[in-house]
Design a protein around this ligand. Structure first.
Ligand code: CA
Length: 263
């Protein structure tokens, strides 16, 4: 972690005035992970985004960034390329290999065509060259958010299980399934992160908008309700328990790859 003293002793960088552009509401309540080892730069981005209403976490190196980003708890990742322990391109590649689809905005000090190409090849959605104006960062984030939102309404499918976010209809093997709103939100969370192990904390943050530290059995109860409806009378089972870690929805075509235990 970056020592707090480092952040607080750094002279505050002047923030550019918040541009009163339309769509600034798009950043409201976005959860953003900033992976950046330079404390001043990280603090500058964090303060600016928090002024826009986003919730921002800072990660000081590539390994920590990969770990946090893998939780699936973020709406966007701002990822510096030059990082200790693991560089940003490697973090990006690993996230995409692990099917974490969170939009990634790369920051690069190296303004070369090669770097842009390898950045986008590694699975990043956009890049920004340092130094940049804060307004430019906001514009890129808004564009990514809009693109991401457009995809939010697409129909989700895992095996023969289908969820339509627009009509809020769910079916498996053409049989309609009726879910409560919490069950629906939980299923949507699983289906947006197939093959990704989701901890109870991440599930509670996404479905209940708060973290239950002491009430994780609530999650277990709801996962069981959901299993009864989407898995019990069907094969193969899609929702699996990963002991000590959480739950994962495995796509049938990848079900043999992991070591998940099905309860
Ligand atoms: Ca850096």
């Amino acid at each position: 972690m970056v020592p707090l003293s480092l952040l607080s002793s750094a002279p505050p960088l002047p923030l550019p005035p918040s541009p009163s552009l339309p769509f600034s509401f798009i950043l409201r309540e976005m959860r953003i992970l900033v992976v950046e080892d330079e404390a001043k730069m990280a603090g500058f981005i964090k303060r600016g985004l928090e002024e826009e209403g986003s919730v921002v976490d800072i990660s000081p190196d590539g390994q920590d960034g990969l770990f946090r980003a893998s939780s699936g708890a973020y709406d966007l990742i701002v990822l510096d390329i030059t990082l200790p322990l693991m560089d940003g391109l490697e973090v990006c590649r690993k996230l995409r290999e692990n099917r974490v689809s969170t939009p990634i905005l790369l920051l690069t000090a190296r303004d070369s065509v090669d770097m842009k190409v390898s950045g986008l090849d590694s699975g990043a959605d956009d890049y920004l060259t340092k130094p940049f104006a804060f307004a430019e960062l906001l514009a890129r984030i808004r564009a990514l958010r809009r693109r991401d939102r457009a995809e939010v309404n697409l129909r989700l499918q895992v095996g023969d299980l289908i969820l339509d976010p627009l009509t809020r209809r769910v079916s498996r093997g053409n049989q309609p399934i009726t879910l409560t709103s919490k069950e629906f939100a939980l299923l949507e969370c699983f289906m947006r992160h197939p093959d990704q192990v989701l901890s109870r904390t991440v599930l509670s943050e996404n479905v209940w908008d708060e973290a239950f530290d002491s009430l994780t059995n609530v999650i277990d109860v709801y996962v069981n309700y959901l299993r009864n409806k989407v898995d019990r009378n069907f094969s193969p089972k899609l929702i699996h328990t990963v002991r000590g870690a959480g739950y994962v929805m495995r796509r049938p075509e990848t079900a043999g790859e992991g070591a998940a235990e099905n309860e």
